[in-house]
Structures are given as C-alpha cells and as structure tokens.
Design a protein around this ligand. Structure first.
Ligand code: IPD
Ligand code: CA
Ligand code: CA
Ligand code: CA
Length: 258
C-alpha cells in the first residue's frame, strides 16, 4: 500500500471509530428519535452527531476533499469524495437491536479507493483499499465457496420503506423462499455487504440503496473476491437495484431478481 492510501485508510478508520464510540455512548439514552418522512425512516441524535464527528476528522486531514453524508449532503465538488453513512441500521439502533455500523468510503475520480465499515457493538472493523484485499480486524477476508442456492445458501436483503406496496419486491422474496433459500432481513445494508465479503452470507440484494449505504461495502466485497452488479448484470449504480454475491451464485441470483 502506498503512503497516500495508508493516510486515507487511517483517516477513514479514525473517523469510523469516533462515530462508533458515539453509537456505544448513546445506547440506552434518549436518542431523540424522529421520522424523516416515512414513519419507518428514523433519524436520531446519534446519526447527526456521528456524521459531525466524521466530517470534522476528514476536514482536519483533507480540507480540500468533498464529503457526502446521509444527514448533511455534499459540501463541495472535488476529485476526492468521501461518502459517509454515520449510522447504517438506524431502525435497529433505535430499538436496541445490535446490528448497525458506520460506513466511510473514499472515491477518487469516481472510483472507490478506500472502504471502512465499523460495527462497534461487535467490535468488527472491515476495511479495504483497492488492490490490497479486504480485511476484518486484521484478518484477510474471502467470500464463501457456496455454489448451490436451494437448501444451502443464505442471503440477505433490505426492504425499502414502501416495500409493502411493491409487488415485484415481494414476489422476488417469495420466489427465494419457494426455492428453499434462507433469507434474512438484518437491517443494515453496509453490514449485509460486509457479511457477504466474509462468507457469513452468500448473497445480498436491495433496490434503492444510496451511495452512503453502498460505497464502502461494494469495495470490501470486491476485494474479498465477490461480485456485484445491477439487474441483468450491468455495473452497480447508486440508487439502483444492487445484487451482491460470492460470484458463484451471481447468475442464479440475477435469474430470480429480474
Ligand atoms: C438503511 C439500511 C437498511 C436499508 C435501507 C437503508 P439507514 O440505512 O441500510 O438496511 O434497507 O434502505 O436506508 O437509514 O439505517 O442508514
Ligand atoms: Ca437513514
Ligand atoms: Ca444507510
Ligand atoms: Ca444512516
């Protein structure tokens, strides 16, 4: 890893750990939970404070870089863009269900270069730098070798807020169940992608995830040997359906999720 990448990675880890410390600190306290629009789309003081902590750290190290965060938007234009989800899995967090994380990524000229996902409640730090492999707490990550969907694979997905009104979404879900696939809906897209990267899951799909849900997780998955795409196998795009897998199961997933 070159010195620049090492600097970016260190900054991303420092920012993610600072945000994670806030997740832990506020557990069990008044979270000031409000709904953003849809009643299940929650935001808490921790989302806001964690984003502030991350922005402060990035700005201190790289004042010219742009930062895009879920809660504060994008501050400027730059070739260097940090993409931040200060708390992925807010609904879980607000309920005390311990499955949430911080996600910090750096894109340079639109290419993902660094990805860090930190789950403070399990003290698991997933990291990747393009070309340098993916790691969890210092151990190299590899996707699963699972090649059978029915009866063997475990997948995860996420429901967009209006999923109940989306017959396509529910039909896809039902089709996996019909085929005897174990499907989980754990509630954090970034951790879902990390879990595919480390082989705990064999695949993941969701429909309208944003840059901050995806950026770090997609790089970590790629660097762990996994594959991701849009529907029909085209390149993944923020805001569009994303299918992620260990590679072996990718075409089988695409066949169901059309
Ligand atoms: C949400 C989670 C969830 C996914 C939602 C996201 P947030 O992010 O990743 O798993 O299904 O679409 O919005 O709001 O908790 O950061
Ligand atoms: Ca949110
Ligand atoms: Ca998110
Ligand atoms: Ca969030």
């Amino acid at each position: 890893m070159n010195a620049e990448d090492r600097h970016y990675l260190a900054c991303a880890i420092d920012a993610a750990r600072a945000a994670g410390a806030l997740h832990l600190y506020y557990r069990g306290q008044d979270l000031e939970v409000t709904a953003k629009g849809h009643p299940t789309d929650l935001v808490t003081r921790v989302d806001r404070e964690a984003e502030r902590a991350i922005r402060d750290r990035i700005r201190a190290q790289f004042p010219q870089h742009a930062v895009l965060g879920e809660e504060g938007g994008q501050d400027r234009e730059s070739r260097f863009r940090w993409i931040v989800d200060p708390l992925d899995g807010t609904t879980n967090y607000a309920h005390g269900f311990p499955f949430s994380c911080v996600s910090v990524a750096l894109e340079i000229d639109g290419t993902r270069r660094v990805g860090v996902i930190f789950d403070p409640q399990h003290d698991e730090l997933f990291t990747a730098v393009r070309g340098g492999g993916a790691w969890m707490n210092g151990r190299p990550l590899q996707v699963s070798a699972q090649r059978e969907l029915s009866g063997h694979a475990m997948l995860a997905t996420g429901f967009p807020p209006d999923a109940g009104n989306d017959p396509h979404y529910l039909a896809v879900f039902a089709e996996f169940l019909r085929r005897g696939v174990s499907v989980r809906r754990p509630g954090s897209a970034a951790l879902g992608l990390s879990y595919v990267a480390c082989g705990r899951l064999d695949g993941f799909w969701d429909y309208r995830l944003k840059a901050w849900d995806l950026a770090a997780g997609l790089l970590i998955l790629e660097e762990a040997g996994g594959r991701h795409s849009g529907l029909g196998g085209a390149a993944s795009e923020y805001g569009r359906p994303v299918i992620a897998s260990n590679g072996w199961l990718h075409d089988a997933l695409l066949e169901v999720i059309r």
